[in-house]
Design a protein around this ligand. Structure first.
Ligand SMILES: Nc1nc2c([nH]c(=O)n2[C@@H]2O[C@H](COP(=O)(O)OP(=O)(O)OP(=O)(O)O)[C@@H](O)[C@H]2O)c(=O)[nH]1
Length: 162
């Protein structure tokens, strides 16, 4: 039988940002693809689910905390061997509670990101994120070429900006 080509899977990803710019990363637990890799918390959107509702659900499930508000930041598509994902990144500066390891995963607040390895699709985001976290930070992108929004940045390797 002829199988329909699978479309991208929508994933919401939340970047909790403290006033000093530190962001929360978690380590993927055993049993998942890319176990041991570091990522921003999040997960797959369920059928019919609103993106922000999905983000809130994932943070309760993974970290036991309530995201109060979040701004949609940028989108990235990436084709892994296990899945074609469309990542919707949010930045949140307002949440309630302290992160807890609900799935036995490690997590860490990071200024300069020192944990490794990171999920491949997430790596290009770190430089864009530094421009949000540290506005005076010198960019490697020439100012004439600098995009207005991260979503306009040209794709890196197998990733593509939405
Ligand atoms: N959470 C998260 N996922 C990411 C990031 N970057 C990235 O490529 N992904 C990809 O997005 C997908 C997230 O799926 P997941 O398996 O973690 O989702 P989930 O928590 O709903 O898992 P489940 O199916 O076990 O319930 C994975 O293919 C993962 O490789 C990131 O920074 N954070």
């Amino acid at each position: 039988m002829h199988e329909a080509k699978a479309g991208p899977i929508d994933v919401v990803v939340g970047i909790l940002m403290q006033p000093n710019g530190d962001v929360l990363l978690g380590q993927r637990p055993a049993g998942k693809p890319y176990a041991g890799y570091w990522e921003f918390p999040g997960g797959k959107v369920e059928a019919g689910e609103d993106l922000f509702a999905a983000l809130q659900r994932e943070f309760v499930e993974e970290l036991g905390l309530e995201v109060i508000s979040a701004d949609e930041w940028c989108g990235v598509e990436h084709v892994y061997e296990h899945a074609h994902v469309r990542l919707h990144f949010f930045i949140s500066r307002a949440w309630r509670g302290e992160p807890q390891s609900m799935e036995g995963q490690a997590f860490a607040w990071q200024g300069a990101v020192g944990v490794a390895p990171l999920l491949p699709a997430t790596i290009p985001l770190l430089e864009w994120l530094d421009q949000v976290r540290y506005p005076a930070y010198p960019s490697v992108i020439a100012s004439d070429d600098a995009p207005d929004t991260p979503a306009a940045i040209p794709p890196a390797s197998a990733s593509s900006a939405l």
